[in-house]
Design a protein around this ligand. Structure first.
Ligand SMILES: CC(C)NC(=O)[C@H](Cc1c[nH]c2ccccc12)NC(=O)[C@H](CCCC/N=C(/NCCC(=O)O)S[C@H]1O[C@H](COP(=O)(O)OP(=O)(O)OC[C@H]2O[C@@H](n3cnc4c(N)ncnc43)[C@H](O)[C@@H]2O)[C@@H](O)[C@H]1O)NC(=O)OCc1ccccc1
Length: 221
């Protein structure tokens, strides 16, 4: 049975990472959806760098939880029949042992040089702007997909959704596209595992409510 699992901020909430809807969705009084844009980076690069520096520092202080670990166990048992597509820029799936993880919105620990196009592991050097290790120019940006930008690897994701027998969404509010449309791209069985009702709950064949650290192990084991 081929399975595609979509994860959102809710799967990392119990590890201590804020969701986009937490804390009335504000970061330092800014709407994250307004900070996570190419326009904000062009206008206030230091503000945007600070947003990602703080999230990178926070990520270094948290650990994967039982939901991440359960998905890693599932991969160990079904192998290539499982693909995790995550909207999250954290690395908690990989730190839990998952290998087949596609970061459709990028990765917090990756830097992208807009001058030479090279990608690098982001130096944990808070506050100072390291030059690109490849071309030396001060053109590094967070390697994340901002609002208005095209998500990574959409062709492969679309194919996997078309091929899968089961699509499962975990910890996502269904408010950001194209991820929110995936339930419509899947052709067979669909299941939502979420704390609260999402904007797309009624589009799923089945929906279970509760914290991911309970729902995901219960579904996997
Ligand atoms: C706001 C929204 C209306 N806007 C969009 O969707 C826009 C515009 C748009 C495009 N198409 C549309 C159609 C209609 C309307 C608008 C659009 N989309 C884009 O710009 C996208 C790019 C969007 C990506 C932006 N970057 C992010 N992140 C990276 C950066 C960063 O992280 O800083 S989005 C970011 O926000 C989203 C947050 O959503 P969730 O993860 O769901 O988190 P949220 O906080 O909302 O909800 C948490 C959920 O968990 C639950 N929960 C909480 N705790 C727990 C718990 N303990 N256990 C279980 N569940 C839990 C809660 O109940 C809740 O339901 C994630 O995607 C996250 O990655 N690009 C694009 O469309 O390009 C074209 C295109 C499309 C297709 C093919 C080719 C080209």
């Amino acid at each position: 049975m081929k399975i595609v699992v979509l994860t959102g901020a809710g799967i990392s909430a119990e590890s201590g990472l804020a969701t986009f809807r937490d804390a009335d969705g504000l970061w330092e009084g800014h709407d994250p959806m307004r900070v996570a844009t190419p326009e904000a980076f062009a206008a206030e690069p230091d503000l945007v760098h600070r947003f990602y520096d703080q999230r990178r520092a926070r990520l270094a202080r948290v650990e994967p939880n039982a939901a991440h670990r359960a998905l890693a166990r599932l991969e160990a048992s079904v192998g290539d029949d499982l693909l995790v597509v995550t909207q999250n820029v954290d690395d908690l799936h990989e730190r839990a042992g998952s290998e087949r993880v596609h970061h459709m919105h990028g990765r917090l620990r990756s830097a992208w040089c807009v001058a030479c196009g090279e990608r690098h592991d982001w130096e944990e050097t808070l506050g100072d702007r390291p030059p690109c290790p490849a071309c030396g120019s001060a053109s590094l940006r967070p390697d994340v997909v901002w609002f208005g930008e095209i998500p990574y690897g959409m062709d492969a994701v679309e194919e996997a959704l078309w091929e899968c027998d089961l699509f499962v969404a975990i910890g996502t509010s269904g408010q950001v596209y194209p991820a929110a449309a995936f339930v419509h791209w899947a052709r067979h069985d669909t299941l939502e595992l979420n704390l609260d009702a999402s904007s797309t709950s009624s589009d799923f064949a089945q929906a279970r409510r509760g914290p991911a650290t309970e729902l995901v192990p219960a579904w996997v084991d």
